[in-house]
Design a protein around this ligand. Structure first.
Ligand code: ADE
Length: 246
């Protein structure tokens, strides 16, 4: 899978993504990540890419032309059969979630457009952007961190990136339930003992316990997720009794 990031701060995204699991996947050729510097497409001698917004207001706006030229150069370079999706990171977009990550992970190429200052001239967004995505209801200084978050999340769904595909499948948000608690050695730490069932070697009981813990955690921490979770009659009763206790 190939990621292209149009940004004014290429080193920020490349430094962040070239480490750990994503960095390893790039080295192994499972992913490619390329940042394009929008400033390279500035059309004036000062290499500026921003200007005042018409109508007044605070701050500066990224101009349409450098962004457009950067995009044109990219499409010329990658020459896909199918036009790649272009994701503009903005608090005004749809909120990113695991289902969206799974959908984006099916693509061969993805382009991210990172805004800075007060945003980007609307006209170029209308021409090139296919998806508007927010990473949550708060405002950041630019789209670089959101793009990095999305790339991290999408990449780990690409087969081979995690080495162990089972862990991408069975984890938080699988079935709209949060992940159960996990324990490693030692058996006792700060007087806290690992739950007995996990030491029993009885796989059916372990699965049962983990599923119950997932339901309990979700009911306590993210009850909103339970609406979409498929629960058994017994689990529904458990949720009801937990909510009565609170
Ligand atoms: N740019 C600034 N804030 C953002 C957010 N919350 N999500 C995506 N892009 C952003």
């Amino acid at each position: 899978m190939n990621f292209y990031i149009m940004t004014l701060f290429p080193e920020m995204v490349m430094d962040g993504l070239n480490t750990s699991i994503i960095g390893r996947a790039v080295k192994n050729g499972l992913l490619s990540i390329e940042a394009l510097n929008i400033r390279d497409y500035a059309f004036n001698k000062h290499h500026s890419v921003d200007d005042y917004p018409y109508g007044g207001g605070a701050g500066m706006l990224m101009q349409a032309e450098p962004v457009y030229q950067c995009y044109e150069a990219l499409t010329e370079k990658i020459k896909q059969k199918k036009r790649a999706r272009v994701i503009y990171l903005s608090p005004q977009g749809q909120t990113f979630n695991q289902t969206m990550a799974e959908e984006f992970a099916q693509e061969e190429d993805l382009v991210f457009l990172c805004g800075h200052y007060e945003g980007i001239d609307e006209r170029v967004l209308e021409e090139i952007v296919t998806d508007y995505v927010s990473i949550g209801d708060y405002v950041l200084t630019g789209g670089e961190l959101p793009a990095m978050i999305m790339i991290d999340c999408i990449s780990r769904l690409v087969p081979g990136v995690l080495h162990n595909d089972v862990s991408a499948e069975f984890e938080s948000f699988q079935d709209n339930l949060l992940e159960y608690p996990q324990y490693s050695r030692p058996e006792v730490w700060h007087d806290k003992k690992v739950p007995e069932v996990l030491m029993s070697g009885h796989h059916a009981n372990i699965e049962k316990w983990r599923r119950e813990q997932s339901v309990i955690r979700t009911a306590k921490n993210r009850p909103d997720l339970l609406e979409k979770a498929e629960l058994t009659k017994k689990e529904l009763e458990l949720v009801k009794s937990l909510s009565e206790q609170q």
